[in-house]
Design a protein around this ligand. Structure first.
Ligand code: NPW
Ligand code: ADP
Ligand code: K
Length: 484
């Protein structure tokens, strides 16, 4: 599992490390990492390092210091380096001296626009951990002149370190080099960061509990239930799916199918699309209503059930069942319309809510602001539920404040019906007894991996994502096969 720390917690950890390290040592470790990545990007984009031209955008603090030291290291590799000092009076003195000693040039922002249009690489050392708001002044004006790949130092300047929010001019990086620990911006706004490279500066022993977590493939593989020699179809947990309608049977087919493919064991379907589900998934025990469904160890409820009285009745029945529930799509809207339906839930019974941004706003009564993490944490606490907030970066909050992050590699999941597939995956894991927070996070990981495997660079339907679930699981259980 990867940890991610907010600036507040990093500051404290860095202060402890700084106190125990010779002056300047941390910055040199960081800057050396920047220089290595800069040389790598130059080679990748131009085929050479020696003789290539690099511009440093240098702000008022240590982020600029990192860039200046990196520039001095790049000089030793034969790179032509020019620093643009955005705040000359507050430029990092030792870094500037190092760059000058190495033969680097220094210019003012007024002369920088042409330089930025003609260099081979720009190193963004404008602001790092102390960033507040979008870029201002000269930095804001220069961003539009950048024509080369950008290597961001610690984070792309102008993007909020803790929320990833962009409220005005900001850097879009090709690659970001960060130090000691990943920061929220790296997972909350991957689009602005590009590829993120983490440099070890010795911070690990100083870091406490992470603020956000990201599951690795091995974590997902370890959490995913697989049958043992003494298992049978019942012992692994039976998943119930209450989804779809006669007019819209697709949601039922997709959610049920995902549950069928996610785990071994058994899946029951309850609802008006029983015939269609049976025809598509003959292994499913399909009935017309939740009352007739028989026993299950978890329910998936919501996709396609409608937002009227009928849907409300189904949701109530499922919540009354006393087993873990994944409530998706229409179930979320029903909870917003008829909040009293939640009274049917036995306190303490696991509940996973899976809203997209619109459903989240409907459920909580307010739009998602810039701080998605704070919003999803608050909702998880309020509903005493695991809340999975969908998007390119999916957040999964537990009522105790823990947050998992899943960053999709591509955006192929932005297709109708893909959410139904996710709810089926979560339901199957809940039925298998997986902790609800981990279940939602692991399901999100398999879901996005299945999309990448199915798409391979071209659009894919929700049915395609569904069909790739076995490949995704195979990939996680036997890394390297098949390749995404
Ligand atoms: N500590 C460590 O262990 C290590 C730290 N390291 C490095 O230090 C970095 C943190 O450095 P830092 O704290 O000196 O501040 P930094 O982020 O450079 O900001 C500089 C100034 O920018 C300004 N500013 C703010 N917002 C702005 C805006 N929107 N637009 C324009 N300007 C804005 C603001 O000044 P103000 O506006 O308050 O006058 C602020 O003081 C960290 O990210 C990493 O790279 C590494 O060397 C490894 C070891
Ligand atoms: N741009 C995107 N990049 C990656 N994943 C996305 C993107 N947009 C949506 N998704 C994912 O696709 C799924 C869509 O679910 P949902 O909005 O419920 O769609 P539907 O109701 O059509 O099934 C979610 O898992 C969400 O995280
Ligand atoms: K930066």
């Amino acid at each position: 599992m990867q940890g991610i720390w907010t600036t507040e917690h990093l500051r404290a950890a860095e202060a402890r490390l700084l106190a125990a390290t010779p002056e300047g040592a941390l910055m040199q470790r960081a800057a050396f990492g920047v220089a290595v990545q800069a040389a790598d990007l130059l080679a990748e984009h131009t085929g050479h390092v020696v003789g290539r031209r690099v511009a440093l955008l240098v702000g008022a603090g240590n982020n600029g210091g990192d860039a200046l030291w990196a520039g001095s290291f790049l000089r030793r590799r034969g790179v032509a380096v020019t620093a643009v000092l955005l705040n000359p009076e507050r430029t990092h003195a030792a870094g500037l001296a190092a760059l000058r000693r190495s033969g680097g040039r220094v210019i003012t922002p007024a002369r920088a626009s042409q330089l930025l249009e003609s260099v081979d690489l720009v190193i963004d050392g404008i602001i790092g951990l102390s960033a507040r708001g979008a870029l201002r002044g000269d930095a804001a004006a220069l961003v539009g002149h950048i024509g080369a790949p950008v290597l961001a130092v610690d984070l792309p300047s102008g993007v909020d370190p803790d929320t990833g929010a962009v409220t005005g001019p900001a850097i879009t990086a090709t690659r970001t080099v960060t130090f000691g620990a990943r920061k929220p911006v790296h997972v909350l706004n991957p689009e602005r960061c590009g590829e993120v490279v983490l440099i070890d500066i010795g911070l690990a022993p100083e870091l406490g509990e992470p603020d956000l977590r990201r599951l690795d493939g091995v974590d997902i593989a370890a959490a995913w239930p697989v049958p043992g020699p003494h298992d049978n179809k019942y012992t692994q947990g039976v998943t119930g799916v209450a989804a779809g309608s006669a007019t819209y049977p697709g949601a039922a087919v997709l959610a049920t199918g995902a549950a069928v493919l996610a785990t071994s064991g058994m899946v029951r379907y309850a609802g008006p699309a029983a015939d269609v589900v049976r025809a598509r998934w003959p292994e499913v025990i399909a009935t017309g209503s939740v009352t007739d469904a028989g026993r299950v160890q978890a329910w998936v409820v919501g996709p396609g059930i409608g937002t009227g009285q009928e849907g409300r009745g189904v949701l109530r029945q499922v919540l009354e069942a006393g087993v873990p529930v994944c409530a998706d799509a229409d179930a979320t809207t029903l909870m917003a319309r008829f909040p009293e339906v939640l009274d049917a839930r036995e306190p303490g019974t696991p509940l996973v809510l899976t809203p997209h941004a619109g459903e989240f706003a409907r459920l909580t009564g307010h739009e998602l602001g810039h701080d998605r993490v704070a919003a999803v944490r608050e909702a998880a606490r309020k509903y005493d539920a695991v809340v999975l907030l969908k998007g390119n970066t999916t957040l999964v909050a537990a009522p105790d404040g823990r947050v998992l992050v899943n960053v999709a590699q591509g955006s192929w999941l932005a297709t109708a019906g893909s959410g139904d597939v996710l709810s089926g995956l979560i339901g199957a894991l809940l039925a298998g007894g997986v902790d609800p927070w981990l279940a939602a996070g692991a399901a999100a990981g398999v879901h996005s991996l299945a999309a990448d495997l199915a798409a391979r660079g071209v659009p894919v339907s929700a049915s395609g994502v569904l069909a790739a679930i076995p490949d995704a699981l195979r990939h996680l259980r036997h890394p390297g096969f098949p390749r995404p």
